[in-house]
Design a protein around this ligand. Structure first.
Ligand code: ATP
Length: 215
């Protein structure tokens, strides 16, 4: 069980007895943990350990045994849309649309954090000048940066990030760490998978590995 020293009594995310099996083969769990405002938690595990599966369960994409609570309430699709931002292996962009259009689409679905605009968010992730280029013309790292800009724009307090460092150069890795740091200081929380090579290399927020993830 993970808990920060100073936190609100209600965790942003709580898992109770969470277990997932495929074809009767256990993938992970049972697993219990709490994530409070200000927590950034690194999910560690070898290839195939079940990190992505866990994030897919927490994102409502796969059903598992056990309970998932968001702000103390059972996970529902409506709560997910408002309270959780997910960054998967794929950047999740519509490639015929530009970065600006993709971000406006995301705002339409998940809302807008006060005080930030799509152009500002693209500037923050180093994509000034790429606002109006079709996303299919962007490199893998640039696409990942658009997905990071989406995190900055939406108001969700809980971030679920699957391999956010993949495809990023050194500056991009530092960028992810800065975004996590700022998000945590603003009262957000994040669950991050990584193979560890690049995790939290600078501007390090708290590092709170959960183990074991795979029973
Ligand atoms: N769609 C699927 N159908 C069947 N088995 C799957 C499927 N997706 C994943 N698995 C299996 O579930 C297990 C956990 O996979 P998962 O992708 O969660 O691992 P991971 O820890 O994220 O791995 P990696 O570090 O390689 O990304 C693996 O044994 C994998 O082969």
């Amino acid at each position: 069980m993970i808990a920060s020293p100073d936190h609100d009594p209600i965790p942003l995310l709580e898992a109770r007895g969470l277990a997932f099996a495929r074809n009767e083969e256990a993938i992970f769990g049972p697993l219990g943990f709490r994530l409070y405002a200000g927590d950034v938690v690194l999910i560690e595990g070898d290839n195939g350990a079940g990190k992505t599966t866990l994030l897919r369960v927490l994102s409502g994409l796969l059903e598992a045994e056990g309970e998932i609570l968001l702000d103390g309430e059972p996970l529902t699709l409506a709560r997910l849309a408002r309270q959780v931002a997910v960054l998967g292996h794929q950047p999740g962009l519509k490639t015929d649309l530009t970065p600006l259009e993709n971000l406006r689409f995301a705002i339409g679905v998940s809302g807008l954090r006060p005080g930030v605009s799509p152009r500002m968010a693209l500037g923050s992730v180093g994509l000034e000048g790429y606002e109006d280029v079709p996303a299919r013309q962007l490199s893998a790292g640039q696409k990942k940066r658009v997905a990071l800009a989406r995190l900055l724009l939406v108001p969700a307090a809980l971030w679920l990030l699957d391999e956010p460092y993949a495809n990023l150069d050194r500056g991009g890795i530092d960028l992810v760490n800065r975004l996590l740091d700022t998000h945590a200081r603003r009262g957000g929380a994040a669950l991050v998978t990584s193979h560890g090579a690049y995790a939290f290399t600078s501007g390090t927020p708290r590092r709170l590995p959960i183990r074991p993830l795979a029973a």
